[in-house]
Ligand binder design. Structure first.
Ligand code: 5RP
Length: 234
């Protein structure tokens, strides 16, 4: 296991301490969340009783392979706790997510959860969001027109930089919801709330990767140890 991977697993193990019998859990997506799902699977195999909603088909497949009990969000619309990774977090616990392409379901699941706790390694900490290109999920219909509107509205919020249509194996990447993603390399996002408000007002934008007001805590693992930002209290 690489150093970074080891740190992600440490953060996941710390988050596992928050899981209590009977909980309804949201399961995030990405390499850090995969560590959490793996560790949770071990606990389930030992008899832990939980029920979980995955945030992507990838996470669903992993959880099924570990025999973790799953439900659809429609059947379990209120969750106790969601554990997910992040691409960036700032001192106000604002996040950029969606590097793994699951931002829409991740946000829906986080919004349905009483608590969202983020697990990460310390390399994702930033003073100002934007170093990681902001993923914006768009409807496939009129994607080019939507791209132009994103550029225009982002500029009004002080954000400029190239927007790249995400691809996979030479074709546009298609999300679990059947949409495209533009990765917006702004470099810095001076006013995340304003940018978020402008992006959601664009008709072709399905969702964006700014998670503002979702994370109750960030568990960040570094070589020197684990740091917790925010509160892990229920
Ligand atoms: C997926 C995400 C992930 O949480 C984010 O990309 C972090 O991934 P990783 O844990 O692999 O660094 O938002 O859409």
């Amino acid at each position: 296991m690489s150093n970074a991977d080891d740190l992600k697993r440490q953060a996941a193990a710390k988050a596992l301490e928050l899981v209590k019998p009977g909980m309804r859990l949201g399961l995030g997506t990405g390499s850090t969340a995969a560590h959490f799902v793996d560790l949770l699977g071990q606990r389930v195999a030992q008899g832990l009783d939980v029920i979980c909603v995955p945030t992507s088909e990838r996470t669903r497949a992993q959880a099924q392979s570990l025999a973790i009990p799953l439900a659809e969000l429609d059947d379990l619309p209120q969750l106790d706790l969601t554990i997910d990774g992040t691409d960036e977090f700032d001192p106000a616990l604002r996040l950029i997510k969606g590097g793994g392409g699951a931002l829409l379901r991740e946000k829906i699941v986080a919004a349905a959860s009483r608590r969202m706790v983020v697990i990460t390694d310390a390399s994702k900490a930033v003073e100002t969001l934007g170093r990681f290109p902001l993923p914006v999920e768009v409807n496939r219909f009129g994607a080019e027109a939507t791209r132009r509107l994103i550029e225009r509205e982002a500029a009004k919020a002080g954000c400029r930089g190239p927007l790249t249509l995400r691809t996979e194996k030479g074709a546009p990447y298609v999300t679990d919801g059947g949409h495209y993603i533009f990765d917006c390399a702004f470099g810095t996002i001076p006013a995340p709330e304003e940018l978020a408000a402008r992006l959601v007002a664009i008709p072709g934008v399905v969702e964006h990767g700014l998670f503002i007001g979702y994370a109750q805590a960030v568990i960040s693992a570094a070589a020197q140890g684990i740091e917790v930002y925010g509160s892990l209290e229920p």
